[in-house]
Design a protein around this ligand. Structure first.
Ligand SMILES: Cc1cc2nc3c(=O)[nH]c(=O)nc-3n(C[C@H](O)[C@H](O)[C@H](O)COP(=O)(O)O)c2cc1C
Length: 230
């Protein structure tokens, strides 16, 4: 069996980044900053899926689970993704709406952590997005009982073929138990990696009554921000 020596791993991307300073944040509002970092990630050719994020949910028993999903939109009040409403993540969101979304953009040495409340988008939004997808993906989503145990790969292929046959070449794929969620953030952390281990971390969050006015600053649109030690 192959062995992996993690101690010999060396980071490929060691480009110097300017310090990430409060005075360089032009609008002290996290959606604005998130969109500007996302735009830079989208312009970085090495980042193949800048919209991929790790979605963390918590079961009703308090056990965490995490997986990657693709962000499909940044709205005025949240970020959206789409999934199967019968999946494990959907069941966990049903019992606990608190979720976390973590982006990592390696060549830029940036991490963004979002914490917030997830809720389903309207059926119309899900329907519209579902039918914009390539037909093969629609059929794939409809054929897959996501997160359920299945006997084999053949079983999945069989469900897909049966569905294709039933719909014919042009039949509209009905929306399965599938749709979007919007995560409305109450916290964003912007992390900029530095080479000397003294990374920059700036957190935007909703204010708390006991906030220390020397350390917590007023941002825009009701957000406050603070720097945390790396
Ligand atoms: C890069 C990447 C993007 C993914 N995007 C999605 C997505 O947008 N929606 C989705 O349901 N699953 C997506 N998946 C699959 C999920 O990671 C996961 O396997 C699936 O949703 C089942 O998770 P659950 O059983 O925890 O609900 C993606 C996986 C990867 C690696």
């Amino acid at each position: 069996m192959a062995t992996v020596d993690l101690t010999s791993l060396r980071l490929k991307y060691r480009s110097e980044k300017d310090k990430f300073l409060e005075e360089n944040i032009s609008v002290k509002e996290p959606f604005h900053l998130f969109k500007s970092w996302l735009a830079e990630a989208c312009e970085t050719p090495e980042i193949l899926e800048p919209n991929a994020f790790c979605l963390s949910t918590v079961s009703k028993d308090g056990l965490p689970s995490a997986r990657f999903v693709l962000m499909k939109g940044v709205e005025a009040d949240g970020i959206t993704f789409f999934t199967n409403y019968g999946s494990r993540k959907a069941q966990e969101i049903e019992s606990n709406k608190n979720v976390a979304a973590t982006f990592y953009w390696l060549p830029l040495r940036r991490q963004v952590r979002i914490e917030g409340i997830a809720s389903k988008v309207s059926r119309e939004v899900s329907e519209e997005y579902f039918h914009q997808r390539p037909r093969a993906s629609q059929i794939g989503a409809a054929a897959s009982p996501q997160s359920q145990p299945i006997p084999s790969r053949d079983y999945l292929d069989k469900i897909e073929s049966e569905l294709k046959e039933k719909l014919g070449p042009d039949g509209v794929v009905p929306l399965p138990n599938w749709g979007g969620y919007i995560i409305r953030p109450n916290l964003f952390e912007f992390w900029q990696g530095q080479t000397n281990r003294l990374h920059d971390r700036i957190i935007f969050r909703l204010p708390k009554p006991d906030d220390d006015k020397h350390l917590v600053h007023n941002g825009e649109n009701g957000w406050v921000y603070e720097r945390q030690a790396p």
